[in-house]
Design a protein. Structure first.
Length: 253
């Protein structure tokens, strides 16, 4: 059975896209088939994986508007990831959801009818909106990508409240399953304190693997390659491989 994981945070710059892209690449390297669905109007996952949003015939908006199937909107990247690219026009999709009953279930139905993969990773926007609801309705698991900043505990509580208030009726099984900490500097006291607080408050959800801060990650975005592929021996690449393996072992089913 395909595991569909919504990668979420309610704010930008939280390592959300970084985690989705590099977990996907590490899983592919481990022999799994992975589909990344880019739901963010900023199109960062699409660009990071070497695709040009304007150059594709169909994208995730085509799927949401029932113009194309997941299969028609999928492109295979050079590194073997199945990508459903985003478009900046996703920014204007809100009124469609408001006018069309059942629109939040379209992505779930589309994925259910798509060719099987081992993992769907849904890269959500950096806010709580209709696209995030669509991902949470479609998912079997939720992964929160966070940094070790002072506000992360509050952010996670907001994510849990959002799932309960906005998604529970549409997807009763949706819950916060995994917390992955990125851009961690263990030499910093605040990072140590926040990490300890996360593990105390969310002992089952907080992953053992942490992703260290690394300049190689930002360099890999410029190179349009996941860091796992672009700088395979870097500390960040090694950590994402470990995180991918841990994610496999953490299968909540």
């Amino acid at each position: 059975m395909t595991r569909t994981i919504a990668v979420v945070n309610h704010k930008g710059g939280s390592t959300k896209t970084t985690s989705a892209v590099n977990l996907a690449q590490a899983l592919v390297e481990a022999g799994y088939t992975v589909r990344v669905v880019d739901l963010d109007p900023q199109c960062n996952a699409t660009t990071w994986l070497g695709a040009t949003p304007e150059a594709v015939d169909n994208d995730v908006l085509s799927v949401l508007m029932l113009v194309a199937s997941i299969e028609d909107a999928t492109t295979i990247t050079a590194s073997g990831i199945h990508l459903v690219p985003a478009t900046k026009e996703l920014d204007s999709v809100g009124p469609y959801f408001l006018k069309k009953p059942g629109a939040h279930g379209v992505l779930r139905k589309a994925l259910a009818g798509a060719p099987d993969v081992d993992f769907n990773l849904l890269d959500c926007p950096g806010d709580f909106d209709h696209l995030t609801i669509s991902a949470l309705v479609a998912c079997t698991e939720v992964l929160a990508a966070v940094m070790t900043g002072a506000m992360e505990l509050e952010a996670l509580m907001r994510i849990e409240n959002y799932i309960t208030e906005q998604v529970e009726l549409l997807n009763p099984t949706a819950r916060l399953n995994h917390i992955l900490c990125g851009r961690v500097e263990l030499g910093q006291v605040i990072d140590q304190q926040v990490l300890a607080a996360l593990r105390e408050t969310y002992p089952d959800q907080t992953m053992h693997t942490i992703i260290p801060k690394s300049v190689r990650v930002s360099e890999s975005y410029s190179a349009e390659e996941p860091v796992v592929r672009w700088a395979p021996s870097s500390s960040a690449a090694r950590a994402y491989r470990d995180a991918a393996q841990e994610l496999v072992e953490r299968d909540p089913r």
